[in-house]
Design a protein around this ligand. Sequence first.
Ligand code: NAD
Ligand code: AHE
Ligand code: ZN
Length: 369
Amino acid sequence: MDVRAAVAHQAGQPLTIETVQLDGPRAGEVLVEIKATGVCHTDAYTLSGRDPEGLFPAILGHEGAGVVVEVGAGVTSVKPGDHVIPLYTPECRQCEYCLNPKTNLCQAIRPTQGKGLMPDGTSRFSLGGQPILHYMGTSTFANFTVLPEIAVAKVREDAPFDKICYIGCGVTTGIGAVIYTAKVEPGSKVVVFGLGGIGLNVIQGARMVGADMIVGVDVNPSKKAMAEKFGMTHFVNPKEVGGDLVNYLVDLTKGGADYAFECVGNVTLMRQALECCHKGWGECIIIGVAGAGEEIATRPFQLVTGRSWRGSAFGGARGRTDVPKIVDWYMEGKINIDDLITHVLPLEKINDAFELMHEGHSIRTVVTF
Ligand code: NAD
Ligand code: AHE
Ligand code: ZN
């Protein structure tokens, strides 16, 4: 079938809106009509050429929501008409990883997903007879996409696509990092580096679990008001801190953070986020994605003395199990998504979403089809 997609032909070039061909779902796959998709910083990161796994030409996008149109042979968990959120972290419920409660990183299809292919090693998208690659197993910058059955979460049908698409990445990543990865306790002191689409959800999660002090760190002061609305108690602009940022944060938190979250993807901040943690127990959660070749460093003494670095992908959430619950939280008014969606654009204007992000004008832009 013909589908309308934003194609990334080359790193560093704008996306182009084109009609591409999409093959139907094969065994174990589902065809989904994408109704809305968010634009996450990770899409911009891959488009920039800094992603070691970035492949072109590809259809980016991993924060979508839509309706199942057709299912391939053997698909039992969803049917045409079901509302779904695509999952870049699938949940097969059978692999060694899914069976281990310590991780959400299902590896059932990770090798082919990282190569921009479906699990059978081929692409469903093509243009002029040449394959176009999938991205993160989701490719939501197209009005139809094909996904493995294990990579869709079935959600309630009264939830609006243009809001719940954000649960496909940013909301789950931020709130999940607090509740599933860090398991932040009530009364905690939390420091959040980066008050964008992820960091604001970390703040919202920290407030939900009853953190006492929620410090937000961002170089863009225009993020302050929104962060306060979501629960930030103290704002720090590193450009306005006279001396050393780590010392400043340790003083502010009277000894250091119980939990610090890096939501930017900057290795210098990853070090500062670790070092502002409390001696003996402070945990630094790395959410931000750093560019090819970049590495983190600290004095090993920081770890010897009880601070730890951990990472979180998709907030530690198991998509088919946890995403429907997060949609319920939204519908029950327990979490706020609406205020974080600052812009809504048609697919034809998707490049503006990247521009708004780079200029620091948006939190989340949602593209509707
Ligand atoms: P964003 O662009 O919306 O937000 C980034 C924020 O960081 C902005 O507010 C910006 O002003 C701030 N910032 C930039 N440089 C800074 C600095 N030196 N000091 C303090 N603040 C600074 O991006 P986002 O969509 O929130 O994504 C954030 C990061 O999280 C990206 O690296 C993205 O790739 C990553 N991410 C990871 C996961 C995961 O599962 N681990 C999921 C989604 C996104
Ligand atoms: N391809 C990059 C890594 C990108 C990355 O870390 N992705 C996160 C999700 S970001 C969503 O916005 C993730 O889930 N990682 C786990 C995984 O298996 O990809 C690189 O450095 O190669
Ligand atoms: Zn994302």
